[in-house]
Design a protein around this ligand. Structure first.
Ligand SMILES: Cc1ncc(COP(=O)(O)O)c(C=O)c1O
Length: 439
């Protein structure tokens, strides 16, 4: 049971129904490999890699050791006008697995910061090239790009925007989302219908004029909005239209980066190379906060002109390239490489897909989507009470020893990439049992 000495009053929990949680907490106290331990001593199978971030599973000794070693040597050193080895080594390792031609890395501390950094790099890039009128960003409905003002402005999740609406960035437009049950329900992998939705970008260009548009930002696979793999041909079209009009394409790979689809980045999975990639989460296996922007070489080059004493970019965080985060990143990327994790995890993709789609006939299931090591089960909302069915599912799953994430009435699954077949079966076995009896 919950430790009665623990005072729950003071921590204002993020993205949480605080009163509901504190009345009946779901408390995790330790973790190893595929499992958490709850405070009442139960093993909880991690169906969500924490929050889509613990890609190599929990408590990996190599990463812990790397972090400890770093703390003994250098706790902090600035990266403004000084340097220390960690972020240089980390950046080289990130660049090694990045899509070709994206070999420059700007470090931040989270996905939200990476997104803001990428948007600012896009603006400053156009300005550096004498195209300073390019200031508008195009996001997408149902997009999630974190919670900075830049991120919620280009993002398209209504609940994350509405309380802050008056102060969102002004020069923003949105592409339509690609969710469509009529055409795409129960698609396996990329849905066949919907590439034409990328043509909406041409309409926005015609409306605003390309000379005013800096960048388009999308998640290659939308995650937080309920797992939406891109329709076949959609990302290719976006790329082509951006190229035609000199618009930068930003892939927000905070979830899809670091092996979620079996490749280092989704860009490689889909064979579409953007101009900027934002990432975070799996970059340190979630041990220490870190985010990053991968920058195409020509974009970085545009900042290398003018007097040498001038700063390249007037942007950075105290902890950009923090020594401990950099050490975590180095150890994590070494672990991914040495264990061949991304490649070996591909063997589970089919089991994930089969497990998810075996839920199809269960009560209230109106869609199942999957790609790589991600799956979603969409439930019909209860009349007049949207989100409560999925929430009740999440509580029941936790009681049954399974960590899941729900968004709206969608159950999202994104286990650590080390999951094995019996664990995939256990996960869907538990989900199926609950769905059979959930009203
Ligand atoms: C695509 C995407 N971008 C940005 C973020 C924000 O990352 P953070 O919570 O680290 O700020 C997330 C978080 O889930 C995300 O999925």
């Amino acid at each position: 049971m919950n430790d009665p000495r623990l005072n729950l009053e003071h921590f204002w929990m993020p993205f949480t129904a605080n009163r509901q949680f504190k009345a009946k907490p779901r408390m995790l106290v330790s973790a190893k490999d595929m499992h958490y331990m709850s405070d009442d001593g139960r093993q909880i199978l991690d169906g969500t890699a924490g929050l889509w971030c613990v890609n190599a599973g929990h408590g990996r000794q190599e990463i812990i050791d790397g972090i400890k070693r770093q703390l003994d040597v250098l706790d902090f050193a600035p990266t403004f006008q000084y340097g220390h080895p960690g972020p240089f080594i980390a950046a080289e390792k990130v660049a090694k697995i990045a899509p070709r031609g994206m070999s420059h890395v700007f470090f931040a501390n989270s996905g939200s910061e990476a997104v803001d950094s990428a948007l600012k790099i896009a603006l400053a890039y156009h300005r550096a090239r004498g195209e300073g009128t390019r200031t508008k960003f195009i996001g997408r409905e149902r997009g999630y790009h974190g919670v900075g003002f830049g991120g919620i402005s280009v993002g398209g999740m209504v609940a994350n925007r509405k309380a802050f609406g008056g102060q969102l960035l002004p020069a923003i437009d949105h592409l339509p989302h690609t969710f469509n049950l009529e055409h795409n329900a129960f698609s396996r992998g990329q849905p066949k219908w919907g590439a034409h939705l990328a043509d909406e970008l041409e309409r926005l260009v015609a409306l605003h004029d390309a000379s005013n548009i800096a960048a388009v930002i999308v998640e290659p696979v939308a995650g937080s909005t309920g797992v939406l793999p891109p329709p076949v041909g959609y990302l290719e079209k976006l790329r082509a239209i951006c190229d035609k009009h000199g618009i930068l394409l930003i892939f927000d790979e905070v979830i899809s980066g670091f092996g979620r689809l079996g490749t280092p980045f989704a860009a490689q999975y889909f064979n579409v190379t953007p101009d900027l990639i934002t990432c975070a989460k799996g970059i340190t296996n979630a041990t220490i906060p870190m985010g990053a922007v991968l920058v195409r070489d020509e974009i970085h080059e545009a900042f290398q002109h003018g007097p040498e004493y001038l700063l390249d970019i007037y942007h950075g965080y105290t902890y950009s390239g923090h020594p401990v985060a950099a050490a975590a990143c180095i150890a994590t990327l070494d672990l991914y490489e040495n264990t061949g994790l991304f490649e070996s995890s591909r063997a589970m993709h089919q089991h994930m897909a089969d497990g998810a789609h075996s839920m199809r006939e269960l009560p209230n299931v109106i869609d199942v989507r999957n790609i790589g090591m991600v799956a979603a089960i969409e439930l019909a909302p209860r009349p007049g009470k949207p989100t409560t069915r999925a929430y009740d599912f999440m509580v029941r799953a936790f009681e049954a020893g399974l960590l899941t994430r729900v968004t709206g009435d969608t159950i999202a699954l994104s286990p650590p990439l080390i999951i094995n077949k019996p664990q995939v079966e256990e996960m869907f076995g538990k989900i199926g049992e609950i769905l059979r009896t959930l009203d």
